[in-house]
Design a protein. Structure first.
Lengths: 291, 267
């Protein structure tokens, strides 16, 4: 997804003189060619995330659409108040593009993990959240949204689903029919969910965006069955957006996601998935228990 | 009364500033809210920026400016001066901090279009100002960006990040005004501020922050490629002896019974 991001920025910069990219000393090598081509609009502001967000808001206030890039915990958690006040409160437009959430930097320890990014930004008014599960999904989302007039958060992942699903903003798409339950998978966790679902008579849906102020609608006729949300971060943000339908259709909700605890092991991304019971085998077992 | 067309700040301005202090007291007393000493501390700075400089400008001078009040709790002074500049209506005095008012205890640009940035949490204004200055360069627009910060606010790390950015980008368009009212005397002091700012390649001038002529000269200072910092030595609660340098009044409003006494005590 990172290569796709650089390419998408190249397209944006070439087409739109009112666009700029701010780097938090991350991805500098990948952006070196664009920085040479657009030295005034591709700026490495160094390691000062809170000021980087403030500067981006200043750019935005004058009509320059900034795209700010850093590692998720530094971009979202360190600079949260700047995101809230400088962008959200002032309704300024821009793009925040993170890498590294939830534990893509598995072996670097908890300082570099960020499974709270989506729940945190879900509670900042005026933020549109995009969680692409495939580089092609990001490419389309960014192309459509970078100049949307809102503050967009794009959560890039190191892992990718095998297939891309090009969804509209806020769309919930049914990928598989079934009768016993509804499973909703978000972004890059879809790969594990699909592998876990092979023997179930369950309806599978996919989501890769959580737009601001929008309830999501599950395209289903099922009622009185379990609905299981599976999110690749701390769980719950999706349920907030479907709770009305869950209630009116008498669905029985469960939320699976990253456990709210410090993930102190190192190793690989897959090791953390197993620890949080988000690998395909664990998801299968958890669904069996919930049915 | 001297003419308002004079070439320097004059007696008329001093009388107007006295009237603005009265409005600030009345607004705060009505609402039971507001940071009066902070507003009195910065009032002359804002008055010169919004009232004196536009009046005295040379026809050939580009005095287009953007202003961020980073210490948003001083907004009573901003509202008073914006009214004086005919940028907001006089009803701010009676509306201040009412539930549906546009004029709250910190300025909200979504409600007051002539406010450039919504501030309140300290340390946000200067990075925003840096972004505005960089944006203007990209857009080919000439505009002075003023950002007023308090000396207490200088404790925020984001201020020093933004100073570093100002140096790196040679932001000659940027003028940082430090309302040095000694708020730091009770907390973490900022010794040798002038040397610190000089170290960040700023052109630094120190002025009496209540002297209109000194403010006028410093606010129009230009450099070749360095950002400017004005260290304005001010007094919290300036003009009212009961409030001057009294931390007890930092976030306190006069009772109705105190108001007339304070109005008469203003100087």
């Amino acid at each position: 997804m990172r290569k796709t991001f650089v390419k998408a920025c190249g397209t944006m910069l070439s087409k739109a003189p009112n666009s700029a990219v701010l780097l938090g000393d991350i991805g500098v090598h990948s952006f070196s060619q664009l920085a040479n081509e657009y030295p005034d609009r591709v700026l490495n502001l160094g390691i000062m995330e809170q000021s980087m967000i403030g500067v981006a808001a200043g750019l935005s206030s004058k009509g320059i659409v900034p795209t700010v890039h850093s590692i998720a915990p530094f971009l979202v958690e360190r600079a949260l108040e700047q995101i809230k006040i400088d962008f959200g409160y002032q309704k300024l437009a821009g793009n925040l593009v993170s890498v590294g959430a939830s534990f893509d930097y598995a072996s670097l320890g908890c300082t570099h993990h960020c499974p709270a990014d989506v729940p945190i930004l879900s509670n900042v008014p005026e933020v549109d959240i995009f969680i692409p599960g495939h580089p092609d999904e990001f490419s389309v989302q960014f192309g459509h949204q970078w100049d949307s007039g809102a503050l967009n958060y794009f959560r890039l992942s190191e892992t990718s689903n095998s297939d891309a699903h090009i969804l509209k903003r806020g769309e919930v798409r049914r990928l598989k029919s079934g009768t016993e339950a509804i499973v909703l998978a978000v972004g890059p966790i879809l790969q594990q969910v699909v592998e876990a679902m092979t023997n179930f008579d369950i309806e599978l849906h996919y989501i890769n965006s959580l737009p601001k102020n929008m309830e999501l609608t599950i395209p289903t006729q099922l009622r009185d069955v379990p609905v299981i949300t599976i999110e690749p971060y701390y769980p719950g943000s999706l349920l907030q957006r479907i709770v009305r339908q869950v209630s009116s259709s008498h669905l029985k909700p469960s939320t699976l996601g990253v456990n709210v605890e410090f993930s102190r092991l190192y190793g690989k991304y897959e090791d953390h998935l197993r620890k949080h019971e988000l690998d395909a085998f664990s998801i299968q077992k958890r669904i069996e228990k919930l049915l | 009364m001297n003419s308002i067309d004079g070439t320097t700040p004059n007696e008329y301005d001093l009388k107007r500033i006295l009237e603005l202090r009265k409005k600030i007291l009345i607004a705060s007393s009505n609402a039971g809210e507001g940071h009066i000493p902070s507003a009195f501390s910065i009032l002359e700075i804002l008055y010169v920026l919004y009232i004196v400089l536009p009046r005295l400008r040379d026809e050939n001078q580009n005095l287009d400016f953007d202003f961020i009040l980073s210490k948003g709790h001083g907004c009573l002074a901003l509202y008073a001066v914006l009214e004086e500049a005919n940028l907001i209506d006089q009803n701010w005095v009676s509306d201040f901090c009412k539930p549906l008012s546009n004029f709250g205890g910190h300025p909200d640009k979504m409600k007051v279009p002539s406010v450039s940035a919504s501030t309140g949490s300290l340390g946000h204004g200067l990075p925003l100002a840096v972004g505005k200055a960089i944006a203007n360069r990209l857009l080919g627009q000439e505009q002075r960006i003023y950002c007023l910060v308090g000396d207490g606010e200088l404790n925020e790390g984001s201020i020093w990040e933004a100073l570093l950015l100002s140096e790196n980008f040679n932001l000659k368009e940027l003028c940082v005004i430090v309302d040095f009212n000694e708020s730091t005397s009770r907390s973490i002091e900022i010794p040798n501020l002038s040397a610190k700012l000089t170290g960040f390649s700023f052109e630094v001038v120190e002025v009496d922050g209540h002297n209109l002529s000194e403010l006028q000269r410093s606010l129009t200072l230009q450099t070749q490629n360095r950002p400017i910092a004005i260290i304005a030595k001010t007094t919290k609660g300036k003009g009212l002896s009961a409030m001057e340098n009294s931390f007890a009044w930092h976030h306190r409003s006069p009772q109705a019974s105190e108001l007339n006494i304070f109005l008469e005590g203003l100087k």
